[in-house]
Ligand binder design. Structure first.
Ligand SMILES: O=C(O)CCC(=O)C(=O)O
Ligand SMILES: [Fe+2]
Length: 344
């Protein structure tokens, strides 16, 4: 079976497209979300200068020595700041121990929507934690410029989703007024000599994303793998200028898995004993902490029962992040864990 990540042009939703053009985009999105759960989007309107600025900011931070970066660490329950290599284990968000019992070797820096961005709402900590900004010239401005563009794209996508699912326009807006949005900037590189490259090396362990939708910028360097319907891992790389988009668990719950929250991982190839540096930035659009996510009745066939009980965004994220960031195995993701064990 050939595996491909469909390309969807969302320009009709970014600019004022015709009804026919929007309907075409929505139909293509529905097909991609049903079959793959990963999409490449073009026509998103994010200027190359903004993504270049993000990449430069990431380089400015990640090239600093570990002891400098480590000043920007936060406790595991605060999803902000710097995560050193091997401090997280994404497969534990599914309850799956990695084969080597070694944590993932990526390093990351997280920024997110903070309570102070929503004056008057009195949003709780640590879910809307204030950001820790590193002392890297231009970092904050460049990262925030990309963050706001990625947020615009994520909201545009939920407008496409509403049409694609035959829901009223603006259906998702009441779940996302103060969405827990987080940008995780990832760097897959290991200082030479730090690790045995013959081992079963995991850049980022297998996982599904936790929220509504993820907008992923990535270097055109191999490493990202997506689990297909054939239960085989497939290499995925974005087309030039495209952003990758994947659905998260909350959308799978809403749609009773008519749309897929697809398992993925990062396994960088080792060439001549070295790992090629790869950078990515995942923007997670996770919804409001207190939003209740229940299966959308029109996503159920007559007589079909919802697979998942209702859950709040906060409850779901807490279980997932306890796995990846604090090493507490998540036992409520049995179905995904079984798919990982069955994969070849
Ligand atoms: O690095 C990548 O391409 C994927 C990153 C990812 O899956 C994540 O941060 O959740
Ligand atoms: Fe992911």
């Amino acid at each position: 079976m050939t595996f491909a990540v469909p390309v969807v042009d969302i320009a009709p939703y970014v600019t004022d497209g015709t009804t026919e053009a929007r309907a075409r985009t929505a139909a293509e999105m529905d097909a991609a979300c049903r079959t793959v759960g990963f999409v490449q989007i073009v026509g998103h309107g994010v200027a190359a200068g903004i993504t270049d600025g993000l990449a430069t900011a990431m380089d400015g931070l990640f090239e600093r020595p570990l002891d400098v970066k480590s000043r920007y660490r936060t406790p595991p329950e605060v999803n902000r700041g710097y995560s050193p290599p091997k401090s997280e284990s994404l497969s534990l968000s599914l309850g799956v121990e990695s084969a080597t019992r070694m944590n993932d070797f990526f390093e990351a820096f997280n920024v997110g929507a903070a309570a102070s961005w929503f004056p008057g709402l009195d949003l709780p900590q640590p879910d809307y934690a204030e950001n820790t900004w590193p002392d890297v010239p231009g970092f904050q401005d460049a990262v925030l410029a990309y963050f706001h563009e990625a947020a615009r794209v994520a909201r545009t996508l939920t407008a496409v989703f509403a049409d694609a699912l035959g829901l009223p326009a603006g259906f998702f807006d009441r779940f996302t007024g103060h969405s827990i949005d987080v940008l995780r900037m990832n760097n897959y590189a290991l200082p030479p000599g730090q690790i045995d490259l013959d081992g079963d090396l995991t850049g980022m362990g297998e996982h599904t994303d936790y929220g509504i939708v993820t907008v992923l910028w990535a270097d055109r360097v191999a490493g990202l793998q997506v689990l297909g319907g054939d239960l085989a891992w497939h290499d995925v790389m974005p087309d030039p200028g495209a952003l990758l988009v994947n659905l998260g668990d909350l959308t799978a719950r809403w749609t009773n898995e008519r749309w897929l929250s697809t398992l993925h991982r990062v396994k960088p190839p080792v060439v001549d004993g070295r790992i090629e540096r790869r950078r990515s930035a995942a923007f997670f659009h996770d919804g409001d902490l207190d939003a209740l996510i229940e299966t959308i009745p029109t996503c159920l066939a007559p007589g079909e029962a919802p697979t998942y009980p209702p859950i709040t965004v906060g409850e779901h994220l807490t279980a997932k992040l306890a796995g990846s960031r604090a090493g507490v195995r998540n036992v409520s993701a049995e179905r995904d864990a079984a798919r990982v064990r069955a994969a070849t």
